[in-house]
Design a protein around this ligand. Structure first.
Ligand code: MG
Length: 387
């Protein structure tokens, strides 16, 4: 690893783990975190969880696992260019979606609605908070503690957003901890900020690809997006035979060029912000405004692309129909388990806080397991093709 920038997170100066583990080498703290994340059950489940498409719709669509790997890859490349901590970036990226429900945002909305209605004072279900809950409590694979006992900086990065109400609850349990910055209005580490944007760059690019693969987006339609048109024209100018090749090849080349330009822009924009603010160290960087940032032009182009994806893909009639049924699956699963907790495995059924246990159990499910459970408990198959 290249020498870290003065404002990078340094494992040897970590705020440490909630439970002391003196046998660990402090210099390897974030590497240990990354290993624990990759070996966790929640990480393996990401392979059967999706965001835009339902898991059984096709084998080549991104899953949360491949998405997390793409985020880690992008974030790591940018961290290297900026001399930020690559191990920390990778740990946060690999863990950032661990708390996601089955069926992407539709699943989260349904679970939030059901949990909020059943237990109003709990403040609802939020996937960032759930990711933290997975690594802090729900994983049960270490003898000495619940969860993965990760370093403060990795946990801080996993908690990307948090409402003030949830932050206040976290602050009560852990004063000055990972909830504090949402109350104080300070930033997370630069590494966490970087993963945040890498997440966006990753899904903007791969949702174009998956959208075309699914047939919901067409290439001519994509040419309405200036960012896509620009890199498609560049690709054709550099490789004229692409015009006669399979269209997928041109699309891949276009997306790769677009992503490389976005990455270069983000690195440049961030380097400029860092030069301007020149924080003395990682702690000082948390007191600055968000320093990991795209240039204005690319940010605007990215917003335009996102608007396009919303209208043409995320709100496509076919996606909406399948997400509507997914919402129903989650809502009916929630009702069924609250009524019959014995239908859950013993470790969930025996929890005194029933609604919380049901939310945790459902949140951990893969798309296909949720569909199977729904069919078992209700006798109905809302997704006939999954049966
Ligand atoms: Mg993500």
């Amino acid at each position: 690893m290249t020498e870290l920038a003065p404002w990078a997170s340094d494992a040897r100066r970590s705020r440490g783990r909630r439970i002391l583990e003196p046998a660990l080498d402090p210099a390897q703290a974030y590497q240990v975190d990354r290993e624990r994340i990759v070996h966790s059950t929640a990480f393996r489940r990401l392979v059967y969880k999706t965001q835009v498409f339902i898991n059984h719709e096709g084998d080549l669509f991104r899953t949360r696992l491949t998405h997390s790997l793409e985020v880690a890859q992008l974030a790591r490349a940018m961290a290297r260019a900026l001399r930020l901590n690559e191990d920390l970036v990778e740990a946060v990226a690999l863990a950032h979606d661990l708390g996601h429900t089955p069926f992407g945002h539709a699943g989260q909305e349904a679970l939030d609605g059901a949990y909020r209605a059943a237990e109003p004072e709990a403040g609802g279900f939020e996937h960032n908070l759930q990711s933290l809950r997975v690594v802090d409590a729900l994983e049960q694979c270490h003898a000495g503690f619940d969860g993965l006992n990760l370093s403060f900086e990795t946990r801080e990065g996993i908690l990307k957003h948090c409402s003030r109400a949830h932050a206040a609850t976290l602050e009560r349990d852990e004063p000055g901890g990972v909830g504090h910055r949402f109350l104080a209005g300070t930033q997370a580490s630069l590494e966490a900020q970087l993963v945040n944007l890498a997440d966006e760059l990753a899904y903007n690019a791969h949702d174009i690809d998956d959208g075309v693969r699914s047939g919901l987006l067409t290439l001519p339609q994509l040419l309405d997006v200036p960012l896509v048109r620009r890199f498609r024209d560049e690709a054709l100018a550099a490789h004229p035979p692409l015009a006669r090749a399979h269209p997928r090849r041109l699309l891949s080349e276009c997306i790769r060029r677009m992503q490389a330009a976005l990455v270069a822009d983000l690195v440049q924009g961030t380097a400029a912000a860092l030069r301007r603010h020149a924080p003395a160290d990682a702690a000082a960087a948390r007191l600055c405004p968000t320093l990991v940032a795209q240039g204005a032009a690319m940010r605007a182009a990215g917003t335009e692309l996102k608007r396009f994806l919303f209208a043409a893909l995320y709100r496509h009639e076919r996606v909406r129909q399948s997400m509507q049924r997914a919402r129903q699956v989650v809502a009916e699963l929630f009702a069924a388990y609250v009524q019959q907790p014995q239908q859950m495995p013993e470790e969930y059924a025996s929890q005194p806080a029933r609604e919380r246990a049901v939310a945790d159990y459902i949140a951990g499910m893969t798309d296909r397991f949720a569909l199977r459970e729904h069919q078992r408990l209700t006798g109905r198959a809302l997704f006939a093709e999954a049966a």
